[in-house]
Design a protein around this ligand. Structure first.
Ligand code: ATP
Ligand code: MG
Length: 356
């Protein structure tokens, strides 16, 4: 079998991003040879420190190299100044736009021996809704008024729902391969508020249903939930859910809320996904309070690397990383301080490397 070489951009960013991204690199490099995968890494800059040094939070070179030369990337974290700094805006938001990474994918999973086995994925549309940021403020007859545009398109809703369907099918395959202790059938839950917003959320609902009625998803059950009742059920019965698809704002809120179900931010991965390209990104920020101490939990990043591999069509390599991480957590001997342990970042990484 021929060896596939994936070219991966590494963007550590700020704070603990500089500690967890090298951990991601080490784990990718240590994947066993029988997977027939090789990695070519390229170091790229972005973030607040880059902004201070060069005047650009997202240098053109970073975008160019990712676009023309990479299959995927790992992104650490960037610190966001508490007060607006002139000329600075979030590089990851800009990257999502420039590379048309239209989906934000956030798996939420407990370790296998947890009392309630949660294993779901939230698929958030990432290009429109209120995030088109078309706001205005004006003087109304009774004082100031502010308005924002909520834009929903058939195309973006259709493609995000199709991605949710594809993810549901892939997760079933991974379960069928015996790599998961969870038994369930594939389900996509469409989340919206079309009882109030009949046109915008109505369109999201309609386009999502149409996408998921395709024959290739005939094995996937489809249901819908109004977003408020979704929140209630998500917290009462998280084990009922498999794949949840939502427009941008609801997806943002649901994915942070769901992350709270599984403990530390240091465990939760995400991926920003477009056509044939994926950026793995831990959900946490730059955590300035713990930077430089070698105690950051690397697991969110390692899971993000695995998630990136899933979208680059390497599910076996991804499963390998997930299993090594789960084994570390289940044994519970080498855990970082956010999980109540005493291990350093390096010790956690080395324990996981051994398990690969
Ligand atoms: P930013 O502005 O970059 O988002 P922040 O101050 O909001 O920074 P977060 O990174 O969002 O910090 O983290 C919130 C809290 O969770 C902090 O106390 C941080 O130490 C902790 N935390 C975040 N990520 C990790 C991690 N990987 N390992 C351990 N603790 C973490
Ligand atoms: Mg933060």
């Amino acid at each position: 079998m021929s060896i596939r070489t994936l070219r991966i951009g590494l963007i550590p960013g700020d704070g603990i991003g500089k500690e967890v991204i090298p951990a991601g690199r080490r784990v990718l490099e240590a994947l066993p040879a029988y997977l027939n995968l090789k990695f070519d890494f390229v170091d790229l800059k972005a973030g607040f420190e880059t902004f201070e040094q060069t005047g650009a939070a997202l240098p053109d070179r970073t975008v160019d190299v990712l676009k023309s030369d990479c299959d995927g990337a790992l992104f650490g974290a960037v610190s966001s100044p508490t007060q607006a700094v002139k000329g600075y805006s979030s590089p990851i938001v800009a990257l999502r736009k420039k590379l048309d990474l239209y989906a934000n994918v956030r798996p939420v999973k407990t370790v296998m021996n947890a009392p309630k086995p949660i294993d779901m994925v939230i698929v958030r549309e990432n290009t429109e809704d209120l995030y088109v940021k078309q706001e205005k403020t004006y003087d109304g007859p009774d004082g100031k008024v502010a308005e924002a545009i909520k834009r929903i398109s058939d195309r973006a809703s259709f493609r995000i729902a199709s991605m949710a369907g594809d993810i549901a099918l892939r997760r079933q395959k991974i379960r069928d391969s015996g790599a998961s202790s969870i038994h369930r059938s594939p389900l996509v839950t469409i989340t919206h508020k079309s009882n109030v917003l009949s046109q915008t959320d109505g369109l999201f609902r309609e386009a999502s249903k149409r996408a998921l009625s395709d024959a290739k998803y005939s094995g996937v059950a489809v249901e819908e939930q109004i977003v408020d009742s979704m929140v209630y059920k998500l917290f009462r019965q998280p084990e009922d859910y498999d794949v949840i698809v939502a427009p941008n704002l609801y997806g943002d809120i649901l994915s942070d809320g769901a992350a709270a179900l599984v403990g530390s931010l240091g465990l939760v991965p995400s991926a920003n996904v477009g056509e044939g390209f994926a950026i793995g990104e831990p959900c946490h920020g730059s955590a300035p309070d713990i930077m430089g101490k070698n105690i950051a939990n690397p697991i969110a990043t390692l899971r993000s690397a695995a998630l990136m591999l899933e979208f680059l069509d390497e599910p076996a390599a991804a499963a390998k990383i997930y299993a090594a991480v789960d084994a570390n957590l289940e044994e519970g001997k080498l855990l970082s301080p956010d999980l109540g342990g005493h291990a350093t970042t390096d010790q956690v990484v080395e324990d996981i490397l051994k398990r690969l």
